[in-house]
Design a protein around this ligand. Sequence first.
Ligand code: HEC
Ligand code: HEC
Length: 324
Amino acid sequence: MFVGHLTGIGHAASVQVQSGHSGSVLLGGKSDLDIGHVLGIRKGRKALGVTGTTERKTRYCRRIGYLQWMRLFFSRLTKPTRLMAWPLAAWLSLVAATTMAQTPARFADNMAERTRACMACHGDQGRAGPDGYYPRLAGKPAGYLHNQLRNFAQGRRHYELMARLIDPLTDDYLGEMARYFSSLELPYPAPSASNAITPERLAKGQQLVTQGDASRGLPACTQCHGTRLTGVQANVPGLLGLPLDYLNAQLGAWQTGQRKALAPDCMAEVVKRIPAEDLIAVSSWLARQPLPSDTHPAAQAPQGKPLPQALRCGSAPELHGGKP
Ligand code: HEC
Ligand code: HEC
């Protein structure tokens, strides 16, 4: 089997993550390439007011992938039903074993299967994790997703567990995964931000997003992220449908140098031109906006004033006339 195949890595990675809000603490983890096939994620959800921990173990074996399905099936049954269901399971296993002995193992060898390890964190089909920390992947521009995978692999963004998962993969394969998640069409949830903020501050946020601040040499966010703020093909992400915590974490990470994009890093310049209290106004306004009816990234950036030289984006050269 091609080592770069995600299944090979997905089922061999044994990880334990404790996630709070925007800070996630790695409790321990090992990644061995023998048959460990457990991806277990333990989440401390105290930050969300949920007591106790939930543990989710996903067993996935490429050859006998039906095991995972059975586990899920059983976990959803009530206890008496579960007892009655075991003979059925035994029978199913027998049938499966017999079938496998006769024919080569059958499994759906497609991207949906191979990216199961990703979905353990990023939600089914990459729709985002439940707590605003694991970002949505579905429908984001493919070039943007590909650039992010490179950023994690090459140390411009940091999340060790993910970096380890993608480390052995070729750049072509990262691109293939990026295109897969980009092609998924999923509805967005309604905006849910409810942090305390005055209408005046929200109006300030809106003004910065839609008009920028000429006195600071700051273009409107819409100039790069698209008039509808749904992003621009192929390298600029949308800014709507993102949870407030995620927006704050990312803008904060650019401020502190924890997140970088390919140089020249225009977003690092953008956040430098916005005072901290206005950044919160911006994220609070963005996280309150419903998505427009067309949520797809725009085909190209709005034509208008050229971007200042200091705000060129290495990850999206097409924004200033360069080749993508
Ligand atoms: C252990 C949990 C975990 C797993 C498994 C995981 N990710 Fe992630 N991923 C994260 C977290 C957390 C972030 C956000 C980190 C941050 O705040 O910068 C992230 C960010 C990303 C981003 C950037 C998204 C954006 O909008 O900027 C991409 C793309 C991505 N992951 C793809 C993948 C793919 C593809 C896989 C499977 C190979 C994967 N991830 C597996 C936790 C995970
Ligand atoms: C000069 C063009 C430009 C301007 C202006 C700009 N951005 Fe960006 N932004 C980008 C590019 C390019 C990326 C992708 C960076 C990368 O590849 O990591 C990005 C990424 C982001 C992200 C990361 C999204 C995610 O899913 O992780 C956020 C958040 C963001 N921008 C917010 C803003 C806000 C808010 C403004 C206005 C105050 C703004 N940007 C103005 C070009 C721009």
